[in-house]
Structure formats: structure tokens, C-alpha cells
Design a protein around this ligand. Structure first.
Ligand code: 13P
Length: 312
């Protein structure tokens, strides 16, 4: 029997060489997709990486807003997205026209938007943030400056609590994966594994964040699991990260936290899992679908991303 995935992988490698293409992938994609990536990272690392990639084509193995972000930063490169239907519940919760109306109600507010937004919302934003740098971004703004934080009410609420920033208005959006974790089941797992550390992504609800030993982005969680003396971790984020955890720290044990309804498989981002070796291969063959952006919108969005990258 022919190993289909082996031949797909070698065809993808061949196409990458032939077309001078690189593949960027997020930790939430499927393990076989992560394996063929040239760069694997969290949202911040991938945005920064996109800027200095020396290639003609960037194929983004991730969801739509991530590929859009790469195109915003690399307008002269061809940016491909293998599955344009791979959306994001957060980005979809914040329509640019509705956001523009919302913004009018707070004319003296600065807008901080999570990178999980469409290019249209980024164009209405003063400074973007990711889960890695949201705290630094908000702290870089004078304390008396009112802020709109969009679109994730959980990340916004967490940052509001950390900074004590009272002048922060939150857009009411959430991630369908991170909202689903069950506190009851998490507490049960903690009882069964008393030595385990609980690592949580800040897109989770406040009552889940409260029981965390560590809160951070996917990259920060990976680092924490490496430097912690603990041998066991209860992982409260999208389950795609588990393959990289096991690869980096094979002697440690990682236990995925269950969602409320375990039959729904919703600690899996269905959008990230829409990226496959098959659609990556055909996307490289056809050099399509490609991300194309309206130039004024791109330029406005670029300012907000560059403002973020400039904050150290
Ligand atoms: P990070 O990559 O910043 O951890 O965020 C994950 C995420 O929400 C992807 O949609």
C-alpha cells in the first residue's frame, strides 16, 4: 500500500523548493501539518516572523486572520491560505461595520484589538495585541487614557484585572474553544492529579483562570512547562498544542482539560483542523487561494500591527 501522507509530504517539500515558498503554522494545527512547517509558533511569533521571511510565497497553515496578518505585513509577497473557510469565532464576533459604530460611542478611547480580528477591524485599531503581549500593550498606554479592548471579553477582563484599568470598555466576543472548558471537570482532574500544574490560555473564562498555576499564550505555556519542575500538567487550551508539548518534553505528562460536553470535541478548534496536507499541497500547486487586500485598509491595519511590534 502506498503511504499517501508520505507522498504528499515529499510533494509539498518539492513544491516549497520549486516555488521558493515557506510554510508558517500555528500550534493548534494538526501534528502532520506542524511537521511540514518551516516555522511553528504562536500568533505573535508568526506575525513577527512573517515580516522578515525571505521567500516569494508564504503559505499560512492556520486560520484566515493569521494569513491576512501576514499579507498586511508582506504586501509584496504572495500569501496563500490552504483553506479560506477556516475562520475564527473571535474574528467573526466583531464585524468591522458594527465595530465602527461601537467606536463612535467612545470617541476619546484608544482601540486595542486582539490579533484575532479581520483586517477591517485592525484598520480601526490603534494598537493590536496578542495573548503574549496584551499586558505590555495596555501598560504602554497612559493609565488615564480610556481604552476599547476588542474582541475577546475574557482576555480583556483578565488584562483589566491585572492592570486595575477601570477605563476599559470590552467588546463582547469570545473563542468558542476556550469558553467551553468545564470548571467542575477541571477541579476533578486536579483532585486526581494533585501534583499537576494547571496551565491556562487567557481566552478562558475568569473562573477557569482563577484556578490556574500559570496563564499565558501557547508559546508562554510551552516555555513554562519546560522550566517548571513539575512532571504533570493539566492543559487548558486547544488540544493541538499537545503534540509540540510531548515532542519537546517527552518525559513529562500532559493531560488535556475536557470541555463541558465531551462529545462535542470542542477543545479542538474545528477551523484549525480544516488545514490538511491535501489542501496545503493543492494550494501550493495552484498558488491559490491567495489573500488579496484593499490597499488603504491594509495600510491602516499595518499601522496597528507595527505599533504592537514596536512595543518591547
Ligand atoms: P496565541 O497564539 O497568542 O497563543 O493565541 C492562540 C489563538 O487564539 C489562536 O487563535
Amino acid at each position: 500500500m502506498v503511504d499517501n501522507s508520505l507522498s504528499l509530504r515529499s510533494r509539498i517539500e518539492e513544491l516549497k523548493r520549486e516555488k521558493n515558498a515557506v510554510i508558517l503554522a500555528h500550534y493548534y494545527t494538526m501534528p502532520e501539518v506542524q511537521e511540514i512547517a518551516d516555522f511553528l509558533g504562536d500568533s505573535l511569533a508568526l506575525s513577527v516572523k512573517a515580516q522578515d521571511i525571505d521567500a516569494d510565497i508564504i503559505l499560512f497553515a492556520g486560520v484566515h486572520f493569521m494569513a491576512e496578518t501576514a499579507k498586511v505585513l508582506c504586501p509584496h509577497k504572495k500569501v496563500l491560505i490552504p483553506c479560506p473557510e477556516a475562520g475564527c469565532s473571535l474574528a467573526e464576533s466583531c464585524d468591522a461595520a458594527e465595530f465602527a459604530e461601537f467606536k463612535k460611542r467612545y470617541p476619546d478611547h484608544k482601540v486595542v484589538s486582539y490579533v484575532n480580528t479581520t483586517v477591517g477591524v485592525k484598520a480601526l485599531t490603534d494598537v493590536c495585541c496578542t495573548s503574549s503581549n496584551a499586558l505590555q500593550v495596555v501598560e504602554s498606554i497612559p493609565a488615564d487614557q480610556p481604552i476599547i479592548f476588542a474582541p475577546d471579553r475574557n482576555l480583556g477582563g483578565y488584562i483589566k484585572k491585572l492592570t486595575g484599568c477601570e477605563n476599559m470598555v470590552l467588546w463582547n466576543g469570545a473563542c468558542h474553544v476556550h469558553e467551553e472548558f468545564s470548571l467542575e471537570k477541571l477541579l476533578q482532574l486536579k483532585t486526581e492529579h494533585p501534583a499537576a500544574k494547571v496551565v491556562v490560555h487567557p481566552e478562558c473564562r475568569a473562573y477557569i483562570i482563577e484556578v490556574a498555576d500559570f496563564v499565558g499564550s501557547t508559546a508562554a505555556i510551552l516555555d513554562y512547562c519546560g522550566r517548571s519542575d513539575a512532571q504533570e500538567f493539566i492543559v487548558v487550551t486547544e488540544s493541538g498544542i499537545l503534540s509540540e508539548m510531548q515532542k519537546r518534553y517527552p518525559a513529562k505528562t500532559f493531560i488535556p482539560a475536557p470541555p463541558d460536553d465531551e462529545t462535542c470535541g470542542c477543545n479542538n478548534c474545528k477551523y484549525m483542523k480544516m488545514v490538511t496536507l491535501e489542501n496545503i499541497c493543492s494550494c501550493l500547486e495552484n498558488e491559490a487561494p491567495e489573500i488579496l487586500l484593499d490597499e488603504p485598509t491594509r495600510q491602516a491595519a499595518e499601522r496597528s500591527i507595527k505599533n504592537m511590534i514596536a512595543i518591547k
